[in-house]
Design a protein around this ligand. Structure first.
Ligand code: NDP
Length: 328
């Protein structure tokens, strides 16, 4: 028997999460069983620990969209007992049981070998949020982002995606402007490498002007909504915005003018169904381009029993940086 955070749902569709003992036979079918060492808390985890946000299909459910650990048993040639692995995405923790347990059973296709230079704890300090931040930076680079062309904007900067994006971009030599609604995080963001702090109110208000002065050479946007619309009108000629998240809303009250008159690009970033080769490339880039001391400065440690509170906190935009959950 081992510990897991189990979410149950009653007849009135009210959910409740608690740490329970489950057995290997309770785990879903899959080719690889992993002894989980660490997991983490992303925005989506907040939804799945709570009422589900339509993501969870069946109850009881074990959430946790990310985990890292050691292979315990494998029916797949690619993995053998003792291998270190990391998993993000593939709807694990939503449609499938996830990483908030001491053991997980999954498809081999969903795993990535832990990259050289990262241990399981560091991989979970990165997690889906950090992995997605790296995908966003790679997409901006693939569309021409170069150092020395002006500040790169990061929205939701003190959150998980934003913190990792800030640290990576700064390490790569970019000036980074971080947008935050929490002025008290300014020192933290500066320590990650931000050179400019932009107050959320400055960008949250809609404007009738489709184009404003050309401020940003790129943008990693975790917020969406009115802020993304506003940012599009402030991009430099030919620059790109990597749209990652919707912390501020799923709508996009924008005009097409920035696309037509400034050649601005809006790049969609999806971490969940990302092909294997690009996953490996992103994890290698993380090991190379994310300074581990900066990553450590983002980390808040937690255990399985802290998760119900942390889930609510992340939905309220109150988690700073990255939570690392020691499931053991
Ligand atoms: P966090 O909660 O850690 O960060 C989100 C940040 O956004 C907050 O910390 C806050 O930053 C800011 N924020 C929150 N509410 C608002 C608001 N109403 N208006 C403006 N800013 C706001 O979440 P993550 O970093 O884990 O995820 C960020 C987003 O990215 C989420 O929407 C998530 O679903 C999405 N995501 C998408 C992925 C993909 O594959 N496309 C993968 C991972 C995440 P501050 O306090 O600094 O203002």
């Amino acid at each position: 028997m081992f510990n897991a955070l189990v979410v149950t749902r009653d007849e009135e569709k009210k959910t409740a999460a608690s740490v329970q003992q489950i057995g290997l036979d309770d785990l879903p079918a899959g080719d690889v069983t992993v002894a989980v060492e660490y997991s983490t808390v992303n925005y989506k985890d907040g939804l799945c620990i709570g009422p589900g946000g339509g993501l969870v299909r069946n109850y009881p459910h074990v959430p946790g969209i990310d985990f890292a650990g050691t292979v315990e048993a494998s029916d797949d040639d690619r993995y053998k007992p003792g291998d270190k692995v990391v998993l993000t995405g593939w709807r694990v923790g939503e449609a499938h049981w996830g990483g908030y347990a001491q053991k997980a059973r999954v498809k081999a296709d969903w795993l990535v070998p832990l990259p050289e230079g990262l241990d399981a704890r560091q991989a979970m300090a990165v997690g889906t949020a950090g992995f997605t931040a790296m995908l966003a930076v790679m997409a901006l680079e693939d569309h021409g982002l170069k150092t020395g062309s002006g500040p790169v904007l990061v929205t939701g900067a003190a959150g998980g995606v934003g913190s990792v994006a800030t640290a990576i971009l700064a390490h790569l030599g970019h000036e980074v402007a971080g947008v935050t609604g929490r002025p008290e995080t300014a020192d933290y963001l500066t320590s990650l490498g931000a050179t400019q702090i932009v107050a959320r109110e400055e960008l949250n208000e809609t404007t009738k002007r489709p184009l404003e002065s050309e401020n940003w050479s790129g943008c990693v946007d975790a917020v969406g909504g009115a802020m993304l619309a506003r940012v599009l009108g402030q991009m430099k000629y030919g620059a790109s915005v990597a749209a990652v998240g919707l912390a501020g809303g799923a709508g996009l009250p924008a005009t097409v003018i920035p696309f037509l008159l400034r050649g601005v690009n809006l790049l969609g970033i999806d971490s969940v169904m990302q092909p294997y080769d690009n996953r490996v490339r992103a994890w290698q880039r993380i090991a190379r381009d994310l300074p581990m001391d900066k990553l450590e400065a983002m980390v808040q440690p937690a255990t399985l029993s802290d998760l119900p509170k942390l889930g609510a906190d992340i939905l309220a935009g109150q988690v700073k940086g990255r939570v690392v959950v020691d499931v053991n």
